[in-house]
Design a binder for this molecule. Structure first.
Ligand code: NDP
Length: 294
């Protein structure tokens, strides 16, 4: 089908697509717009995704603007995931526990609901490879991504979670996990090189260590303690192959998941909330690889 036919079929005399998008700052290096639009084209969904540079100062106005323009919803990323909670009407269960929202759904009557698909996308990426039931996990970092991942992995059945953070603020996540989920969480103050305990099943980097442009940064862990039967996952979507991911591959870890998987899966879940459609994750993954030049 050529592009003329595709346009004819997509619009079929309806020139008013449903709008969704993203409110974040910085916004320009976020590839989500590319993978969303690829899914919309592939599935002939009459939607467009608008990537917007919006920080805290304009967030309230942006939410009101989206409602006024009849948007179906929007994503929030840095620095808006917690801030946006002030401006929406309801929270889904895990978004309420996590205290952060990355996907907002706007109903026809203007009511807004916040969900958090970061952790759900992560659980999906891991569950595609292994069962998480009863697994022991090491979680590096205790920020927004770590909260989403920790809560969702615990709700999905991980039994023990060791949380590492450079300062004592990481206790807040441990307390949250112990209070609101069935998992047993413990805290390690991360002020020296960490040896991954030998009985660990899953190791996750939820820090920005190694994120572009700081691609030479290494996590303060003893790489020699990564074992082949551990599943190793990174949150960082860019670059795809962080030094952590490369180290895990080098140590023979059987399952190594780059952050790209999480990014794509959380986007698939967001599209489901907005459109009701299950879009093809492979279409998004291929587009992500294409735009990142892989
Ligand atoms: P936050 O700023 O909320 O949290 C960052 C965490 O990393 C904090 O615990 C912080 O600890 C820790 N940290 C920062 N620098 C270091 C360091 N040099 N050594 C050890 N710990 C460090 O960020 P987010 O949780 O929102 O994001 C974390 C990463 O996850 C980012 O790279 C982001 O791109 C990625 N992400 C990926 C997603 C995806 O879909 N693939 C979705 C969401 C996030 P401290 O308190 O000591 O500063």
């Amino acid at each position: 089908m050529d592009s003329k036919d595709l346009n004819a079929e997509t619009y079929s005399l309806d020139f008013l697509p449903r709008l969704v998008g993203s409110f974040a700052s910085p916004a320009s290096e976020n590839p989500t717009v590319a993978i969303m639009e690829a899914a919309f084209r592939h599935h002939r969904l009459h939607y467009r995704y608008i990537n917007c540079e919006v920080g805290h100062d304009k967030l309230k106005a942006a939410v009101e603007g989206a409602k006024a323009m009849g948007w179906r919803g929007f994503n929030c990323s840095i620095p808006n995931k917690v801030e946006v909670v002030k401006y929406i009407d309801e929270l889904g269960e895990s978004a309420r526990i996590i205290g952060a929202v990355n996907t907002v759904i706007i109903e026809e009557n203007g009511t807004t609901r916040g969900e958090n698909t970061d952790g759900k996308g992560f659980v999906k990426a891991i569950s595609d490879v292994i069962s998480v039931q009863g697994k022991r996990m090491v979680l590096l970092g205790a920020g927004g991504a770590a909260r989403a991942i920790g809560v969702e992995m615990a709700l999905a059945g991980v039994s023990e979670i060791v949380v590492l953070n450079r300062d004592e603020s990481g206790h807040a996540l441990v307390d949250l996990l112990n209070k609101c989920t069935p998992a047993k969480a413990t805290f390690v103050l991360w002020n020296q090189t960490f040896d991954i305990p030998a009985n660990t099943d899953i190791v996750i980097n939820a820090t920005p260590v190694g994120l572009y442009p700081n691609v030479e940064q290494r996590l303060n862990i003893n790489v020699e303690t990564l074992k082949p039967d551990m599943l190793v996952a990174d949150c960082i979507p860019n670059p795809v192959y962080t030094l952590f991911v490369k180290d895990a591959i080098g140590k023979g870890c059987k399952h190594v998941l780059p952050g790209m998987n999480m990014l794509v899966n959380q986007a698939v879940i967001a599209v489901k909330y907005w459109t009701g459609e299950d879009v093809d994750a492979e279409v998004m993954k291929n587009e992500l690889k294409r735009v990142l030049g892989l």
